[in-house]
Structure formats: structure tokens, C-alpha cells
Design a protein around this ligand. Structure first.
Ligand SMILES: *[C@@H]1O[C@H](CO)[C@@H](O)[C@H](O)[C@H]1NC(C)=O
Ligand SMILES: *[C@@H]1O[C@H](CO)[C@@H](O)[C@H](O)[C@H]1NC(C)=O
Length: 201
């Protein structure tokens, strides 16, 4: 009887989406170390600039801490300032529902000390970001993490400027430049004409 009740409860909670397969961010061990090349406040251009990320085990922990780490995934994540009023970027402790980290920089088998240079994808929108790494066990569940921002995600952030906004300003710049060239050409033409007239007189 009791076991039936238990099963019913389990099914009920699974239906609510809190199955035991779901991992909470707050339950992860903070045993990784991740660093990224951008400086605090730096502005990078999507599709052009690159980010170098380095990750591994925090050397303060004994070797063996990471024996269950099979995979590692390094992500680009939205800083709180770029999540305001945007439910689709919301931070949820349940990692199955968390929308903080939407861009994968790299996803590969775990090793103690690795580094990669990543050219920022062209589809990354303008926002403020930080970098976070997760280690996964053989069941594909997050078990450990680190991030470049502090715990409150308020310092050591950088900005990425989307390609679209930049192209727009480039277009405006080139239109202005063309108009300016046309005007100068016209001005030059007029000046020449009046000079010739002066010579004639
Ligand atoms: C490694 O972990 C220790 C203990 O938690 C912490 O004090 C230290 O800041 C960490 N090192 C890095 C580089 O994150
Ligand atoms: C990681 O490797 C780099 C060179 O690839 C080296 O400079 C660095 O000291 C290594 N870090 C650790 C913690 O082993």
C-alpha cells in the first residue's frame, strides 16, 4: 500500500517536471576552473572576434575529484542585466529549464587542462555575457561547474555586439559617405567651373 502511494507520488512529481533526472544548479560542486580571454567590460563583435577559453579541475581539489567527469561543455551565458524582462533567457535552478546559457562554445570529452579559441557565432545577439563550464557524468548529468563571473554574476562580464546592428550602422555610414562624396564631387565641379569663369574674365 505504502509503495503504491510512493509510486503515485513519484509519478505526480515527474508530471510536474521535477523528475529526479533533473539537476539543480545549486547542487553542483564548484570544482572546475574556467577562464575566458575577454576583459571586464570589453566589447566583442559577433562573427569576427574570438574568445579563448581554458578549463580544467581546480588544482585545490585532489586528483580523483574528477574521476566521474566524462564530458565538458563550455557555454556563453546571459548576464542578469540582459535577462531583465526576457523570460526566454530566464535563470532557473533546475538546469533542464534554465535558459541562462544558450550558446555552446565547446562540448568534448573531459580532460584536466584544455583550451580553445572560439570565433563568436554570427547568431549571437547583442547582450552582456559571461562564460560557464559544466562537467557531465556518464549519465549525461551536470555534476560540476565554474563560471568567469562572480557568484552574483555582476562582475567580470563582457559585451558582444550582434552582427545585424553593426551592419546597419555600417550601411548608414556608407550612405553618409556616398552622399558626402557626391556633394564634394559636386562642390569640386562647381569650384572648377567658377575658377574657369574667373580665368576667362
Ligand atoms: C579553487 O577552489 C578553492 C577552494 O574552493 C578556491 O578558494 C579557489 O578560489 C579556487 N580557484 C580558482 C582558480 O577558482
Ligand atoms: C595547462 O596547460 C598550459 C599549457 O597548455 C600550462 O601553461 C598550464 O600551466 C596548465 N595548467 C595546469 C593547471 O596544469
Amino acid at each position: 500500500m505504502e509503495s503504491h502511494l510512493l509510486k503515485a507520488f513519484l509519478i505526480f512529481f515527474c508530471l510536474l517536471g521535477t523528475c529526479y533526472g533533473d539537476v539543480l544548479f545549486s547542487s553542483l560542486s564548484h570544482t572546475l576552473v574556467v577562464t575566458a580571454s575577454p576583459n571586464q567590460g570589453q566589447v566583442l563583435n559577433a562573427g569576427e572576434d574570438s574568445i579563448t577559453v581554458t578549463w580544467g579541475l581546480n588544482q585545490s581539489f585532489p586528483t580523483g575529484t574528477d574521476e566521474l567527469y566524462k564530458e565538458v561543455k563550455v557555454n556563453l551565458c546571459y548576464a542578469p542585466i540582459s535577462q531583465v524582462d526576457r523570460a526566454w533567457r530566464k535563470t532557473v535552478d533546475n538546469l533542464g529549464k534554465d535558459k541562462t546559457c544558450q550558446f555552446t562554445i565547446v562540448n568534448k570529452p573531459y580532460e584536466r587542462n584544455q583550451s580553445i579559441e572560439w570565433i563568436i557565432n554570427k547568431d549571437v545577439p547583442t547582450a552582456t555575457y559571461f562564460v560557464r563550464a559544466y562537467a557531465y557524468n556518464s549519465a549525461g548529468e551536470e555534476v560540476a561547474y565554474d563560471q568567469t563571473a562572480d557568484g552574483k554574476k555582476s562582475s567580470n562580464l563582457f559585451e558582444i555586439q550582434a552582427i545585424s546592428g553593426r551592419h546597419l550602422s555600417l550601411d548608414i555610414a556608407s550612405v553618409c559617405f556616398s552622399a558626402f562624396s557626391l556633394l564634394s564631387l559636386f562642390g569640386f565641379f562647381l569650384a572648377e567651373k567658377s575658377k574657369r569663369r574667373q580665368v576667362k574674365n
